[in-house]
Design a protein around this ligand. Structure first.
Ligand SMILES: [Zn+2]
Length: 315
């Protein structure tokens, strides 16, 4: 909007709240302190206060605010359900707007991250389309088509983590068996490692035997050359690639960006994903290749995306 060059953005994930001032080109100045997530009962005020503080510090109380939250939002900014937070039918947009006294744009955090990567990160060279997948505790998704964020008919689309790729696979907390989240999330990496330990498949001396393995310990062990950890990443990457192939076949994006904590594995998970996807993209010899690349903005993607969405909104 004319005269507006930056927007504070408040991001609330499962374990933290982050706020920052976002410039029109996607640059961000961040407040570094972590706090408990906002939620019913007044805790949302902490995130709102941080956004207000960032605006005051910049001398720009006129700035709009973008908010990213982890959960299913409807088109009115009401959080219908959040898997990791105590939200049920919580009016996030109305609540934060009332607290700050200004217009507020609320977006699913994975959608916000997708917009951030599209405008200012790994997808910045794309003309109009991007698929983003985040491999964290769960698997999130975001979709840009026609130079616009695609939210679906009810605001709840692009949940790529729950695409079933292996009907006989592990149970996801959503009730599906063998969806992307059950095979390729950080949690899935840890689960596969614990299963390997329980099955006696981990040889003595493997770092996976040091305490209870997590997704992080799998990626660390794999970078150290641990064969079991590398095999786990190969399996997670294979199913990720199967899912990506279906997304490419149905949506035809210019680029697929993969982010989230499990991307500490880098090409150890993306390599198998690229190979599995390449084998399954229809007519692949006759169409442009779709790069599958690592996200560039890390934790800042959601902050930048929500800030830009607020800047670009029309009130
Ligand atoms: Zn699921």
């Amino acid at each position: 909007m004319p005269g507006r060059t930056a927007a504070p953005r408040i991001a609330g994930g499962g374990t933290k709240v982050a706020a920052g001032l976002v410039g029109g080109a996607g640059g961000v100045g961040r407040a570094g302190r972590r706090e408990p997530p906002p939620g019913p009962g007044g805790r949302g005020g902490r995130g709102a206060a941080r956004g207000a503080g960032a605006r005051r510090a910049a001398g720009r109380d006129d700035l709009p605010v973008g908010v990213g939250v982890a959960g299913l939002l409807d088109l009115d900014g009401v959080m219908r359900f959040a898997p990791n937070l105590p939200y049920r039918d919580h009016p996030v947009a109305a609540r934060v707007s009332a607290l700050l006294g200004c217009p507020v744009v609320v977006e699913n955090d994975a959608n916000a991250a997708a917009w951030g990567e599209y405008r200012a990160g790994a997808g910045a060279a794309a003309r109009s389309s991007l698929v983003m997948i985040t491999l964290g505790t769960g698997v999130g998704g975001g979709l840009v088509l026609g130079d616009a964020l695609v939210r679906g008919g009810h605001g709840m689309g692009a949940e790529f983590g729950h695409i079933v790729v292996d009907e006989g696979g592990p149970l996801c907390r959503c009730g599906n068996h063998g969806d992307l989240e059950s095979w390729s999330s950080g949690s899935a990496l840890g689960r596969m490692a614990r299963e390997a330990v329980a099955a006696g498949e981990v040889p003595a001396g493997s770092p996976l035997l040091d305490g209870t393995p997590t997704g992080r310990s799998v990626t660390d062990a794999a970078h150290g050359g641990d064969a079991v950890a590398l095999g786990i990443l190969a399996r997670a990457g294979f199913w990720l690639g199967v899912g990506i192939a279906s997304l490419v076949n149905t949506l035809d994006p210019e680029v697929v960006v993969v982010g989230g904590g499990a991307m500490q594995a880098g090409d150890l998970i993306l390599g198998p994903a690229r190979a599995a996807a390449a084998d399954r993209i229809a007519g692949r010899a006759y169409r442009p290749g779709v790069p599958i690349v690592a996200a560039r903005l890390a934790d800042a993607a959601g902050v930048i995306g929500a800030g830009l969405l607020a800047l670009e909104a029309r009130y």
